[in-house]
Design a binder for this molecule. Structure first.
Ligand code: UD1
Ligand code: CA
Length: 452
């Protein structure tokens, strides 16, 4: 039986932010969610999260997490924080303690840590860091047994030279932890109740604490300021990029690719530089995405080409479509196969049937378009009367000339034709042609005015 505790009550002074530190985002998810996701893969009974700084902001923002939220009204130290939740935790079984600001810890490392605590009842995750400043140092005796942890601020010069550091992450028997926490004091430089002091208590009780190391030191790097946040962001992005490449995606430059969510890909996808994928996105086989595209919560099917500088949000794009360059596909849009959306075209809440082309400079919103329609350059659906939105319906095989306004609600039936520059204010019949009556005035040999 495993209970999990995530400490997340601190402010994070060095972030210089109103937002509690654990709500800052890494690859589109909050730091706390990263920790939660890795921890929740372990077989466990409950995840307890200690929050404090920012009041209800943390539990409110992350209310979708299944957790026991426990408030620590005053942040009196990591030991004090764990004490807040002890009453909610079974007295037998193991406890895993994690920090909300160490986001890249993996499930694999955590399960090894929990497993290894079975022998003595206490396992600690430590690592070696070249410049260990800021971390608690691991003090060992002459035969290498762990004897205590000294916080940097309390350490002497010799202890500061130690490069083995406390990650803060530990697995411990519930029955042991309770007694130690009761005996913590705050007689140290920071006047805090240090969780790390339980190490010395355990050693005095004759417990041999097992230490293990993470697969990579990046897993246990804590975030204290925005520079560290960006360092972990880049590291994590590269890991994701390599995972995609392994699955058959060509990334022209993995250092200039950002995934802030979950991406499913088919084989032979090619992604050019500076593409951002956000939310939940799926991309089919043989899809090409040009440079500088932003794609959020979309489904892009096989063989489609997205040309540079396109923006796609909450949309489904069929097979073999050609989108962009400079196209904007807004939420609730569904494009069927073989659709072409060209430059400076905005599509919103619209269905577009197979083979329809909207190639230049248009706004099509709140509309339903059939198959094989050609929409000329500069066509606007006038969907808004200042108070309400109205629908435009365009049936199969319609031809709309350039610079046309379709004043909704309006329906244009199958095969109808609209001449260039027309303002359509009523429904059109199937096969009908509508154009503005234009009287041309013509002067032969016209002399242009000359400058006086
Ligand atoms: C802590 C460890 C240090 C370790 C380092 C690793 C202690 C005393 N020190 O130091 O040995 O090397 O982490 O990153 O444990 N928190 C609360 N309530 C509190 C205080 C802290 O919830 O009253 C939470 C913070 O939000 C944070 C975590 O505990 O998620 C660590 O706190 P922080 O103040 O960053 O500890 P460090 O000084 O980094
Ligand atoms: Ca810290």
């Amino acid at each position: 039986m495993l209970s999990i505790i995530i400490l997340a009550a601190g402010q994070g002074t060095r972030m210089k932010s109103d937002l509690p530190k654990v709500l800052h985002k890494l690859a589109g998810k909050t730091l706390l969610e990263h920790v939660y996701i890795s921890a929740s893969r372990l077989e466990h009974t409950k995840i307890n999260i200690i929050y404090g700084y920012g009041g209800q902001k943390v539990p409110d923002t992350l209310s979708h997490l299944q957790a026991n939220w426990v408030e620590q009204t005053e942040q009196l130290g990591t030991g004090h924080a764990v004490n807040q939740v002890l009453g909610d935790i079974p007295k037998t079984g193991k406890i895993l303690i994690l920090y909300g600001d160490i986001p890249l810890i993996t499930y694999e490392t955590l399960s090894e840590l929990v497993e290894s605590s079975s022998d003595s009842g206490f396992s600690l995750l430590t690592t070696y860091i070249d410049v260990p400043s800021g971390y608690g140092r691991i003090v060992r005796d002459e035969v290498g047994n762990l004897i205590k942890i000294v916080e940097e601020k309390d350490a002497d010069d010799e202890q500061r030279k130690i490069c083995e550091v406390n990650t803060g992450i530990m697995a411990v028997e519930a029955s042991l932890l309770e007694g130690w926490l009761r005996n913590l004091d705050n007689n140290n430089i920071q006047g805090e109740y240090y969780l790390t002091d339980i190490v010395e208590m355990a050693v005095q009780q004759g417990i041999q604490i097992k230490t293990i190391s993470p697969g990579s030191v990046m897993e246990v790097k804590g975030i204290n300021d925005r520079a560290q946040l960006s360092e972990l962001e880049r590291y994590y992005q590269l890991i994701q990029a390599h995972h995609l490449m392994k699955n058959g995606v060509t990334l022209i430059d993995p250092a200039r690719f950002d995934l802030r969510g979950d991406l499913m890909t088919g084989e032979d996808v090619e992604i050019d530089v500076n593409v951002i994928i956000d939310g939940s996105v799926s991309i089919g086989k043989n899809v090409i995405i040009g440079s500088n595209c932003y794609i959020n919560n979309a489904d892009i099917n096989d063989g489609t080409v997205i040309l540079p500088n396109s923006y796609i949000e909450n949309a489904v794009i069929g097979r073999d479509c050609k989108i962009g360059p400079f196209a904007r596909i807004r939420p609730e849009s569904r494009l069927d196969d073989n659709v072409h959306i060209g430059n400076f075209v905005e599509i919103k809440k619209t269905e577009v049937g197979k083979g329809t082309k909207i190639n230049h400079l248009s706004y099509i919103g709140d509309s339903s378009l059939g198959k094989n329609i050609n929409i000329g350059a500069g066509t606007i659906t006038c969907n808004y009367d200042g108070a309400n939105k109205h629908k435009t319906v365009i049936e199969d095989d319609v031809f709309i000339g350039s610079d046309t306004q379709l004043v909704a609600p309006v329906t244009i039936k199958k095969g109808a034709t609209v001449g260039a520059g027309t303002t359509v204010t009523r429904d059109m019949e199937s096969g009908e042609l509508m154009h503005n009556k234009i009287e041309h005035r013509s002067v032969s040999n016209w002399k242009r005015p000359v400058k006086k």
